[in-house]
Design a protein around this ligand. Structure first.
Ligand code: B12
Length: 214
């Protein structure tokens, strides 16, 4: 996508009028552009700029909240396109954003892509404590669990949750983690089975882990 096109998404994310992002997203869907290109090269690239401005204290939480609201709307519009590829049931997946953290745009994208790839997904939402993960795991018996965190402080909670999961059952479920501050190295350090940097790679990782298991 051209720089000027990313500008359009950036401006639409900052617009208080929801119609702006709706019109733009609709226009790009009608152009028959791949929904993943609209998402990654348009919306996520524009959101990254907003993150940088936030970091540099050029904008504040209300503006980021506005961008998040607009991003949610655009993702809702892309959702039918993103999950079109639905295939045979692959396995059960539980996901949540860990305790203390309310960021959910990335997690919701992982939910959409995993659903599209045929996983039966249970979304525990945001600010999810370790006990809630453990309770859901014992009720649902998933093949995979996903933990999301966007803050350097809350990513530490992931280790605590993984310890609880392993204490209950050392071999099942597989645990995958993600979120902007998370790395492969961190995943290895805290005993996760895998890390993925985006929602498409999350599906590839999940498929690989389940193949290796069987
Ligand atoms: C939007 C946003 C918000 C919104 C969130 C709205 C919402 N509903 O999510 C609001 C305004 C609420 C917010 C609040 C705060 N935020 Co904020 N926020 C952001 C921002 C700008 C974008 C995040 C985002 O949605 N990115 C787009 C998505 C698509 O990307 P993603 O989340 O990384 O997800 C992808 C991958 O990481 C991966 N993935 C994600 N989860 C998972 C899970 C699994 C299992 C896998 C495999 C993969 C995976 O796949 C996703 C899709 O491709 C970031 C900046 C940034 N660069 O991340 C700051 C940022 C995360 N926020 C930050 C901060 C500091 C805060 C606040 C503390 C601010 C404050 N003073 O109150 C609060 C924290 C509130 C809390 N307790 O959680 C800092 C964190 C700094 C740090 N080092 O910890 C950041 C980095 C901004 C900055 N540069 O300073 N924020």
């Amino acid at each position: 996508m051209l720089n000027e096109e990313v500008d359009l998404f950036y401006k639409a994310l900052k617009d208080t009028n929801l119609l702006t992002i709706e019109h733009l997203t609709k226009q790009y869907i009608e152009k028959q552009l791949s929904p993943l290109v609209i998402l990654n090269e348009g919306l996520i690239a524009a959101m990254e700029r907003i993150g940088q401005e936030f970091k540099a204290q050029q904008i504040w939480v209300p503006e980021v909240l506005l961008a998040a609201r607009n991003m949610h709307r655009a993702i809702e519009m892309l959702k039918p396109e993103l999950i079109k590829t639905k295939t045979e049931p692959r396995g059960k997946f539980i996901i949540g954003t860990v305790k203390g953290d309310i960021h959910d745009i990335g997690k919701n994208l992982v939910v959409i892509m995993m659903t599209g790839a045929g996983y039966e997904v249970t979304d525990l939402g945001i600010d999810v404590p370790r006990e809630r993960f453990l309770e859901a795991i014992s009720q649902i018996n998933p093949d995979l669990v996903g933990l999301s965190a966007l803050l350097t402080t809350t990513m530490l909670e992931m280790e605590n949750i993984i310890k609880g999961i392993r204490e209950a059952n050392p071999s099942r479920p597989k645990v995958i983690i993600g979120g902007a501050p998370v790395t492969q190295k961190f995943a290895e350090k805290i005993g996760a089975d895998g890390y993925a940097e985006d929602a498409v790679r999350a599906v590839e990782l999940a498929n690989r882990l389940l193949r290796e298991r069987s």
